[in-house]
Design a binder for this molecule. Sequence first.
Ligand SMILES: *[C@@H]1O[C@H](CO)[C@@H](O)[C@H](O)[C@H]1NC(C)=O
Ligand SMILES: *[C@@H]1O[C@H](CO)[C@@H](O)[C@H](O)[C@H]1NC(C)=O
Ligand SMILES: *[C@@H]1O[C@H](CO)[C@@H](O)[C@H](O)[C@H]1NC(C)=O
Ligand SMILES: *[C@@H]1O[C@H](CO)[C@@H](O)[C@H](O)[C@H]1NC(C)=O
Ligand SMILES: *[C@@H]1O[C@H](CO)[C@@H](O)[C@H](O)[C@H]1NC(C)=O
Ligand SMILES: *[C@@H]1O[C@H](CO)[C@@H](O)[C@H](O)[C@H]1NC(C)=O
Ligand SMILES: *[C@@H]1O[C@H](CO)[C@@H](O)[C@H](O)[C@H]1NC(C)=O
Length: 397
Amino acid sequence: MASLLIVGALIIIRAVSATPTVSHRTHGYCKQLDIPLPVTAETAVYDIPRVDNDIEAAAWAIYDATRTTAHGPQNIIKNTTTSGTFNIHAQLCIPNGAQKHKNNTLQIATHGVHYDSRYWDSTYRPEKHSYVEASLKAGYSILTYDRLGVGESDHPDAYDVVQAPLELEILRQLTLMARNGTLYDFASHAAPSDAAFSQLEVPHKVVHIGHSFGSFLTSAFIARYGPLTDGAIITGYLFTDQLASAGSTSFSVEYAATGSPPFNRSSGYVVCQRDGIQNIFFGGNPKTAFTPELLNYGISIKQPVPIGEFASAFSLLGNPGPSFKAPVQFFLPEFDFYICRGDCRGLANMTALNETYPHATAIEVALQPNTGHALPLHNNATAGFNVMFDFFARHGL
Ligand SMILES: *[C@@H]1O[C@H](CO)[C@@H](O)[C@H](O)[C@H]1NC(C)=O
Ligand SMILES: *[C@@H]1O[C@H](CO)[C@@H](O)[C@H](O)[C@H]1NC(C)=O
Ligand SMILES: *[C@@H]1O[C@H](CO)[C@@H](O)[C@H](O)[C@H]1NC(C)=O
Ligand SMILES: *[C@@H]1O[C@H](CO)[C@@H](O)[C@H](O)[C@H]1NC(C)=O
Ligand SMILES: *[C@@H]1O[C@H](CO)[C@@H](O)[C@H](O)[C@H]1NC(C)=O
Ligand SMILES: *[C@@H]1O[C@H](CO)[C@@H](O)[C@H](O)[C@H]1NC(C)=O
Ligand SMILES: *[C@@H]1O[C@H](CO)[C@@H](O)[C@H](O)[C@H]1NC(C)=O
């Protein structure tokens, strides 16, 4: 006797943002994309506490900052493989004809923790503080995206799914799509149709830029997949003994689901309070480095973080990069609290960087004066952007 099994189909309806999906900027055009990205990566079940309320959020931060807490493979209960198709929300911006750079260079920008892709594209005085606007003005195309677990991308399980190796794979797949033309093809077909995106030529050069945790990812990406990049800028990150020495308690986290404001997130997502955003992201002389408006804007765009990301971050650190044969610039805020414990001067070790990327065509370190971790949200941001574009230009990018 054959029995008939009727399996109920589970239909998940995603809340789709109602924002317009093409914007015309002073120096180009931007299109919002929702890219269904299939990825597979080695992940793990970590021995970390659960976080379901504010007390547990603060307790997690203390746990994470505790002297004897393991941050490495010794903290793994079980190795796993995660496979899935995740929605990655992205924004592709292209310069208008007049600005267009000869080498049709595309930047792929990866933001850090506590923020989403809006980090790169400030709507507060964009002409001074949006890295996206500055890139278009300098003739570059730029892809910004919300990392998994953040912004308008999917927010899967905070413990076992949103982990560093999966995010590295997302960056790799986005890069492959950019290089083989499928990204621009996707952008041209995504609604609404717009003439600016209909005839895009595949980028000749693809470069990578990261900030903070996005720089953990970018530096690991160029180390492991050197041939997939034509150059990189690593902002707000340097691998030294000082990295994260201020500890996760400095984030001043609360439970994201009941935070102020509350976020639609599940167990294990935490979010900075006001003082945490200032601790981590703002630095330099408070009278001259940034304004109260910039700090308030920085607080208004904060995002929750899944704690599995911190448990798995170790896999991105110190990866040797013999296959990287391109130029790299480390662009550091002078007074970066979380990365340099408040003072980046003299911390870069050129010998160590040369050993990490032995075949790099150039390794440069630049310090942005009187600035904290969130480089675009300080008064002198535009001058800093120009140091980065100058680096690209000097290296034919
Ligand atoms: C998980 O994999 C890592 C890296 O291969 C290994 O060091 C660790 O011992 C494994 N842990 C378990 C519990 O299997
Ligand atoms: C381009 O790369 C993407 C991402 O790896 C892949 O899914 C796709 O099949 C590739 N397309 C072509 C035409 O090579
Ligand atoms: C909250 O998130 C869940 C899971 O991602 C989703 O199904 C639900 O629609 C969201 N609710 C709102 C109000 O956005
Ligand atoms: C690093 O490498 C560059 C290029 O090979 C070289 O000019 C420089 O002297 C090296 N610096 C150190 C400190 O090893
Ligand atoms: C710089 O790095 C090299 C190579 O890793 C190491 O031998 C040296 O001690 C470091 N210098 C300082 C001042 O830490
Ligand atoms: C602004 O940044 C530029 C580029 O790093 C730097 O040359 C200049 O000294 C900075 N100005 C101030 C007032 O800090
Ligand atoms: C374009 O790339 C070539 C080859 O890498 C380089 O020589 C040239 O300087 C680049 N052009 C610009 C405008 O950067």
